[in-house]
Design a protein around this ligand. Structure first.
Ligand SMILES: NC(=O)c1ccc[n+]([C@@H]2O[C@H](COP(=O)([O-])OP(=O)(O)OC[C@H]3O[C@@H](n4cnc5c(N)ncnc54)[C@H](OP(=O)(O)O)[C@@H]3O)[C@@H](O)[C@H]2O)c1
Length: 339
């Protein structure tokens, strides 16, 4: 395994982060059960992975509980654990209007609940799962700074925001004299490269660790296009967004090069991402130990510049993935903002 620094946190992390969104007690379709999830975490640690990503909303908190229990059998201090708080979705948001939002009250409640599920005294990286247009960023940042002062959070980060929102957050933290976002977790992969316009150059200029999610486009880049329907994430995936803007041709080129170089499509797609200097570690989702082993082997694969150009050439600008939270007319609006 290779290791690198996580932005300005100074933390050392593996070049592969294990995404735990699919960990679930009783999968009824898409999802990975407790036994397999635990085996995946054990194997990840064997393979040198020390970086794990979850969220308060993943499988209504079950992901955090399963990850925490799995890590309890290992050295907690050796793991870098990242979780998130969502501005519009929360495990208790249906019954409690303050079960979601990035207010001080919600952050304190949700962080306490996450620590309880994880069975930990602190998380290493606490991320805002989206921008909250309803709460002034200064309120959110002060709540996060208090959590850092209490020793419950070691560093903060953000996911899927407009570059302007993210920059506003960093400027506000500077004004307040507190530690700002050290990381950006955004959607980025060979068939979704809109982040190359603003966000990635911004992160490079400001030494922000970049930890993209869906590096395999949720599985689309891990199998030939005609087999895309083999994955059902229970979200009515039709892959039309992945296929748009030259995506089908990119998929075909990934398949072709992978065959030529005796790699899996997942390895080739991850090797492309790892070739970018701005990337700290992709957050990979796996549903088996074999997937995990594939991802770890990808760290060794070094692509040459003509392979990279061949994979990138068919891509055309496409619609921005609709993951941002828009201001609501009322004070409270639970909304499914995440695909
Ligand atoms: N911040 C956010 O808003 C956000 C959003 C989404 C995800 N995330 C984070 O990012 C993580 C990864 O997201 P993701 O699941 O969308 O990532 P992904 O890595 O793009 O897709 C994972 C899927 O790809 C397939 N796959 C993986 N390795 C494979 C292999 N070697 N061969 C064949 N298929 C393979 C599997 O599909 P099958 O299961 O169908 O086999 C797997 O579920 C999540 O766990 C979560 O931590 C964050």
């Amino acid at each position: 395994m290779e290791y690198t620094r996580l932005g300005r946190t100074g933390l050392t992390v593996s070049r592969i982060c294990l995404g735990c969104m699919s960990f679930k007690e009783d999968p009824d379709g898409w999802g990975v059960d407790r036994e397999t999830s635990t085996a995946i975490v054990d194997r990840a640690i064997d393979l040198g992975i020390n970086f794990f990503d979850t969220a308060n909303i993943y499988t209504a908190g079950e992901s955090e509980s399963i990850l925490g229990d799995a890590l309890a059998d290992h050295d907690r201090d050796a793991a870098v654990v990242a979780t998130k708080v969502h501005p519009t979705l929360g495990p208790t948001a249906e019954s409690n209007p303050n079960g979601a939002g990035l207010t001080r009250k919600t952050i304190e409640q949700e962080l306490a609940a996450s620590l309880d599920r994880l069975g930990m005294e602190s998380v290493d990286l606490y991320q805002l799962h989206r921008w909250d247009p309803e709460t002034p960023i200064e309120v959110t940042l002060r709540a996060l700074a208090a959590a850092m002062d209490r020793g419950e959070v070691h560093a903060i980060g953000a996911t899927s925001m407009r570059t302007g929102e993210f920059a506003d957050g960093l400027h506000a933290a500077e004004r307040l004299g507190i530690d700002g976002f050290a990381t950006m977790q955004n959607r980025y992969n060979l068939v979704y490269r809109e982040e190359e316009r603003d966000m990635l150059p911004y992160c490079a200029r400001h030494d922000v660790g970049v930890i993209p999610y869906s590096p395999l486009a949720g599985g689309y880049l891990a199998r030939p296009d005609e087999e895309a329907s083999a994955t059902d994430r229970g979200e009515g995936s039709d892959w039309s967004h992945e296929r748009s803007g030259g995506g089908e041709t990119v998929n075909a080129r990934v398949a072709e090069l992978a065959e030529e170089e005796d790699l899996t499509m997942a390895q080739l797609s991850l090797a492309w991402m790892l070739s970018k200097d701005v990337i700290t570690a992709p957050i990979v989702g796996v549903s088996s130990i074999e997937h995990l082993e594939d991802a770890v082997e990808a760290v060794e694969v070094k692509l040459n510049s003509s392979d990279i150009a061949y994979l990138e050439e068919p891509y055309e600008a496409k619609a921005v993935k609709p993951v941002f939270v828009e201001p609501s007319p009322g004070p409270y609006r639970p909304a499914s903002a995440e695909r």
